[in-house]
Design a protein around this ligand. Structure first.
Ligand code: UD1
Length: 349
């Protein structure tokens, strides 16, 4: 295996201070990689990087930049020997993307195009892109398989992921030396077991696990479960929840993979096991010894009844599979939330 250490280079993580970025930074550092983080803190904070340093005992080279700002990005590539990039930077709030589509298309596409131009200029060939199960849209039955037709997404956020995937397919076809992996995440939840880093949403959470955790910590009165009349075993939607620690590990495998290969490959990153919204709530209650007050409400527009992954390709080709279960996810999410009832937002010291 050729790896970054032997090449004396670093992996650049755009959006590396975010939820998935921080956990991936920990995993990469622990695997022996050098990591550089570029983040403009639009939806994260410098304290998250302090926490990563606390966990790993390593100093992180951090650039506060907007990845769409070519001048600033060029400076990072000029100052460092970068051998690969993991591209997380992007807006991700589904509801906001419906209201502000131009903001989403501008930001998510601009960051990617600027990054690609910069990588070409400096001869950096290896890229892992943070994609989403959302690209499967509502036309594909679960389990979702990487070979399915994608791109009919229900909202602009999802469409940015689909468009970027297409851009990367075209780039890989035209530039044979490039090595690109698209990771399609299912539903990332959980936190580092230390409770030092975790998901840190601003405002009212849109996603299920942060909402459940905030009910548990007393920040919200009760959870509304969106729909209990779906054609599923308990009437609530089913999802493929994946522990963030497993997801982080998938990035280590992916960056090792792009180092050894050329072309473009796509991998689903999930557990391959569907659980319902009620399963998650009940497991959270059981493992943490808590009651989560909830009520059933109307279906949420755009929700699909059942979404889960076929994960055989990641196992076969990347040698990766999820090891943590729903109990681990619920335990670690609560551990993070109770240690950081108001999240984290102070500045880097
Ligand atoms: C959502 C996005 C998806 C994005 C992903 C990021 C939509 C339609 N999809 O996936 O594009 O990639 O987040 O993690 O928004 N639920 C409740 N009550 C709540 C919150 C959620 O019942 O307060 C239910 C939802 O109806 C859904 C399930 O929990 O059935 C999971 O929801 P969520 O965590 O928002 O994830 P997804 O919708 O699967």
């Amino acid at each position: 295996m050729t790896d970054m250490k032997k090449q004396n280079g670093a992996v650049l993580l755009t959006g590396g201070a975010g939820y998935i970025g921080t956990h991936t930074t920990v995993a990469l550092l622990e695997a022996g990689f050098d990591v550089i983080v570029a983040d403009n803190f639009s939806n994260s904070c410098p304290e998250a990087i302090n926490r990563v340093e606390q966990i790993t005992g390593k100093k992180i080279k951090l650039y506060e930049v907007d990845v769409a700002d070519q001048k600033q990005l060029v400076q990072i590539f000029a100052e460092n020997k970068i051998t690969g990039v993991i591209h997380f930077a992007g807006f991700k709030a589904v509801g906001e993307s419906v209201k502000l589509p131009i903001k989403y298309y501008r930001n998510n596409l601009d960051t990617t195009l600027t990054l690609l131009e910069c990588m070409a200029r400096f001869g950096v060939k290896n890229l892992v892109f943070s994609s989403s199960a959302t690209v499967y849209g509502d036309e594909n039955p679960s389990p979702c398989v990487e070979t399915m037709r994608t791109g009919k997404c229900a909202n602009p956020y999802g469409m940015t992921k689909a468009f970027i995937e297409q851009i990367l397919v075209d780039v890989a076809a035209a530039h044979k030396e490039m090595s690109i992996v698209l990771l399609r995440y299912f539903n990332p939840v959980g936190a580092h077991p230390s409770g030092l880093i975790g998901e840190n949403p601003g405002g009212i959470p849109n996603n299920l696990m942060p909402y459940v955790s905030q009910v548990a910590v007393g920040k919200r009165d009760k959870l509304t479960i969106f729909g209990n009349d779906y054609n599923t075993p308990d009437g609530t939607c089913q999802r493929d929840f994946i522990h963030i620690m497993d997801l982080a590990q998938a990035h280590v495998k992916a960056i090792e993979f792009v180092e050894k290969n050329c072309g473009l490959d796509v991998f689903n990153i999930g557990t391959g096991e569907p659980y319902s919204v009620l399963d998650l709530v009940q497991t959270f209650e059981k493992v943490n010894g808590l009651k989560i007050p909830y009520e059933f409400g109307a279906r949420r527009e755009g929700d699909l009844p059942v979404v889960w992954a076929d994960v055989s390709k990641a196992a076969r080709v990347l040698g990766w599979k999820a090891e943590l279960n729903l109990e681990d996810m619920c335990r670690d999410s609560w551990n993070w939330q109770k240690k950081n009832p108001h999240g984290i937002n102070s500045s880097r010291n």
